[in-house]
Write a protein that binds this ligand. Structure first.
Ligand code: ITT
Length: 200
């Protein structure tokens, strides 16, 4: 790995691309599906983050034959037995809309005192035709009223442990101090750095 190492990021979520690009060092380059000129909606039919991540990376690997990765993320709420979890994007209905997902979650948590939750990200990396997984978890609490305009998804109602602000009240650099996505990505970067002689 002498030059910049390039990976396609199999996602249609522009916020994820922005966050992941913000944690990359100089040795890596990420190309989003949009930047690669790939316009495809990949179904996420499985019951686990890991299987859905595999589905997204495998579809793009079959299409491009290039090294790539994807990630699937869920918000797991303790009092709701891990829901919305793998269904986070389409919790309220089939058509993902952040506001209605938040509304449904807050409704389901009405009068419930236990507000513990965690974001969990699973990355599937396909490199030299082999698949590797990386995971990142961020624990925190769900608040009653959305706060902040940054970020996406459930960010306005999630306060990570160690902060008194929601993710939506933080610029990306601050979210990265806590973020599930950053933790998973750091592992991927470490793995690539440690194995660089094996990959091209
Ligand atoms: P791709 O599958 O194209 O990557 P997606 O938005 O469908 O993008 P997921 O399947 O991983 O992504 O869906 C996870 C949903 O969970 C996402 O739509 C958000 O609502 C929420 N989510 C994921 N990461 C989040 C984060 O860092 N902060 C807040 N909400 C998040």
């Amino acid at each position: 790995m002498t030059e910049k190492f390039t990976l396609i990021f199999a996602t249609n979520n522009a916020n994820k691309v922005q966050e992941i690009k913000s944690v990359l060092g100089n040795n890596f380059e990420i190309i989003s599906l949009k930047e690669a000129g790939i316009d495809i909606e990949i179904p996420e039919p499985y019951d686990t983050l890991k299987e859905n991540a595999t589905e997204k990376s495998s579809v793009i690997f079959r299409l491009t034959n290039k090294n790539c990765f994807s990630e699937d993320t869920g918000l797991e709420v303790e009092a709701l037995h891990g829901e919305p979890g793998v269904k986070s994007a389409r919790y309220a209905n089939e058509y993902p809309k952040f506001e209605s997902n938040i509304e449904k979650l807050l409704y389901n948590l009405k009068d419930i005192k236990n507000r513990n939750a965690q974001f969990r990200t699973v990355i599937s990396l396909i490199i030299n035709k082999q698949e590797y997984f990386f995971e990142g978890i961020c624990k925190g609490k769900i608040i009653d009223t959305p706060k902040g305009n940054e970020g996406f998804g459930y960010d306005p109602i999630f306060v990570p442990d160690g902060s008194n602000k929601t993710f939506a009240e933080m610029p990306i650099e601050e979210k990265n101090k806590f973020s599930h996505r950053k933790k998973a990505m750091q592992q991927l970067i470490l793995f690539l750095s440690q194995n660089k002689t094996n990959f091209s």
